[in-house]
Write a protein that binds this ligand. Structure first.
Ligand SMILES: *Cc1c(COP(=O)(O)O)cnc(C)c1O
Length: 455
C-alpha cells in the first residue's frame, strides 16, 4: 500500500500539487503513482514497477513513451530554433509546413489552420471564430452552440460549457447560449421496443425541434465527437451522423467535428468523419496530433468557413486572437514527424490489423454476467459494468465499481480508466498482439476479483 512517510513521492506530490480530475478518497487510500519513464507502451514508476498503459497516457501517446524518431525530431528542432510565436506575420518554417500538411491530410480540398496549445483552446478558438464572423456579418445574435449530453470538449470556459457533464454545474456552467441535446447511446437510451433506426430518427428529430425552438438564426454551430471519448467511448447509433447532417443542412448550421481523440488513426482511419462517412465544416484536433510529445491543438477550417472568416477578417484587418506559443516550432516539427510515423510507419495499419483482436477481447469479457455491453471503434473500447445484465441495472454508485476494477488493474500492472461504470481501453497504436493479450488477461483477472468481492 501507499508509502505515507513525509519524504515519500506520494506525500510530496499530495503536499505540493493541486490535483485535477482525481478521485481524492482513492488517492488517500492508495497513494499517487509517480512515474519516471516509459518503454514502448509501458510506463515505470519511482519504485521500478512497470505498467502496461492501456490508455495511451490520456489517449494521446499513440507511438508509445520512447519513440526514437519523435525524440530525434524534437531534439533536432530544439537545436535549430527552440521557440517562436505566430503573431504579426512572423512564424517558423515548421509552422507553415505543418499547416500545409494538415490541410493535405484533412478531408478538405482547401482550408486554413489555426494553432493552439490544447484541445480546449481549439474549441474556444472555434467558438470565437464563429462569434467574430457572425457579428461582423450583421448577425450578432447567431451565437448558440449545440452539443450533446455526455460530450467532452475540454475545460476552458467555452469548452466546458460545450461539455455535457454534470460536474460543470459545480462551476455555475454552462454559460448561456450553450445548448445540449441527447446522447446517441442506443443501448442505454433507447425506449422500450425502439429499433436502432427509430432511435436515430428520434435523435435527429430532437435536434430539429431544438433548432426550431431556439431559432436557427441564433445558432452558430453544432459540435460533436465522432465517437464520444470521455463520455465513456460511445459510438453513434446507426446512421446518426447522416441523419444529423441532414437536419443541420436544412437549417444551414455549420457542423464541427471535435476529432481531438478520433483524429489521426484512432478509429481505424485518419479521421472519425471518414469512419462514419460524413463531411464536417471544420475539424478540431489535438492529443495524438503530436503523439502526445508536445502540447498542441489546431482548428482546421474547411473551405467555406475558411473563406468566410478570411473575408470578414480582411474587412476588420485583423483576427485579434492567438496564444503566445501557438504554432510553436518544436511542436510543429514533432507533429510533422508524428503524422508521418502514424500514417507511414505502420501504426495506422496496426490499428486496422489488430482491431478484430481488440473487439474479440472486448466481446469475450462482455460475456461476464456483470458486463452489460461492450462498445467501441478501432482502438477505443469500453466495457460497462451492470449489477443485472437483463435489466441493465447499474451497480450502487457507492460501490465505485469501475474505480475498484481500475485500481485492481493497477495492482496487476495495467493502467486503464474508469468512466462512469465503464472501463475504458484505448491502447497505443504500437501495441503488439502479445501486449494486447496481456492487457485482456490482466483486465479479466481484475474483473473476476472485483465482481466476486461485490456480488
Ligand atoms: C481531451 C479532449 C479535449 C480537450 O483537450 P485538452 O488538450 O485537454 O484541452 C477536447 N475534446 C475532446 C474530444 C477531448 O477528448
Amino acid at each position: 500500500m501507499a508509502d505515507t512517510t513525509p519524504q515519500s513521492w506520494d506525500a510530496r506530490a499530495t503536499n505540493s500539487m493541486f490535483y485535477g480530475f482525481t478521485d481524492l478518497p482513492s488517492i488517500r487510500e492508495r497513494g499517487a503513482v509517480v512515474l519516471t519513464h516509459g518503454e514502448g507502451p509501458y510506463v515505470v514508476d519511482v519504485e521500478g514497477k512497470r505498467y502496461l498503459d492501456a490508455n495511451s497516457g490520456l489517449w494521446n501517446m499513440v507511438a508509445g513513451f520512447d519513440h526514437p524518431g519523435l525524440i530525434e525530431a524534437a531534439q533536432a528542432q530544439y537545436a535549430r530554433f527552440p521557440g517562436y510565436h505566430a503573431f504579426f506575420g512572423r512564424m517558423s518554417d515548421q509552422t507553415v509546413m505543418l499547416s500545409e500538411k494538415l490541410i493535405e491530410v484533412s478531408p478538405f480540398e482547401t482550408g486554413k489552420v489555426f494553432f493552439t496549445n490544447s484541445g480546449s483552446e481549439a474549441n474556444d478558438t472555434m467558438v470565437k471564430m464563429l462569434w467574430f464572423m457572425n457579428k461582423q456579418r450583421g448577425m450578432p445574435t447567431k451565437r448558440k452552440i449545440i452539443t450533446r449530453e455526455n460530450a467532452y470538449h475540454g475545460v476552458t470556459v467555452a469548452a466546458a460549457s460545450m461539455t455535457g457533464k454534470p460536474y460543470n454545474e459545480l462551476f455555475g456552467l454552462p454559460l448561456p447560449e450553450f445548448v445540449h441535446v441527447r446522447c446517441p447511446h442506443y443501448w442505454r437510451e433507447a425506449l422500450r421496443g425502439e429499433t436502432e433506426e427509430e432511435f436515430t430518427q428520434r435523435m435527429a428529430d430532437e435536434l430539429d425541434q431544438t433548432i426550431r425552438r431556439e431559432g436557427a438564426q441564433t445558432i452558430a454551430a453544432f459540435v460533436a465527437e465522432p465517437v464520444m471519448g470521455a463520455g465513456g467511448v460511445i459510438p453513434p447509433s446507426k446512421g446518426y451522423f447522416q441523419a444529423i447532417a441532414k437536419v443541420l443542412k436544412n437549417h444551414r448550421i455549420p457542423f464541427i467535428a471535435d476529432e481531438v481523440i478520433t483524429g489521426f488513426g484512432r478509429t481505424g482511419n485518419t479521421w472519425g468523419c471518414e469512419t462514419y462517412d460524413f463531411m464536417p465544416d471544420a475539424i478540431i484536433s489535438s492529443k495524438n496530433l503530436t503523439a502526445g510529445f508536445f502540447p498542441m491543438g489546431a482548428v482546421i477550417l474547411g473551405p467555406e468557413l475558411a473563406d468566410t472568416l478570411q473575408q470578414v477578417t480582411d474587412e476588420v484587418e485583423e483576427f485579434p486572437h492567438g496564444f503566445t506559443a501557438s504554432g510553436h516550432p518544436v511542436g510543429c516539427a514533432i507533429a510533422l514527424k508524428a503524422i508521418d510515423v502514424v500514417m507511414n510507419e505502420g501504426l495506422a495499419d496496426n490499428v486496422k490489423a489488430l482491431t478484430p483482436r481488440f473487439e474479440e477481447g472486448l466481446a469475450r469479457l462482455a460475456e461476464h454476467p456483470n458486463i452489460g455491453e461492450w462498445r467501441g471503434k478501432g482502438f477505443m473500447g469500453a466495457l460497462e459494468a451492470v449489477q443485472d445484465k437483463a435489466t441493465k441495472t447499474p451497480f450502487d454508485a457507492k460501490l465505485s465499481v469501475s474505480e475498484r476494477i481500475a485500481n485492481t488493474c493497477t495492482d496487476h500492472g495495467l493502467i486503464c480508466r474508469p468512466l462512469g461504470q465503464s472501463i475504458v481501453l484505448c491502447p497505443p497504436f504500437i501495441m503488439t498482439e502479445s501486449q494486447m493479450d496481456e492487457m485482456f488477461d490482466k483486465l479479466e483477472k481484475a474483473l473476476n476479483e472485483v465482481f466476486k468481492a461485490i456480488t
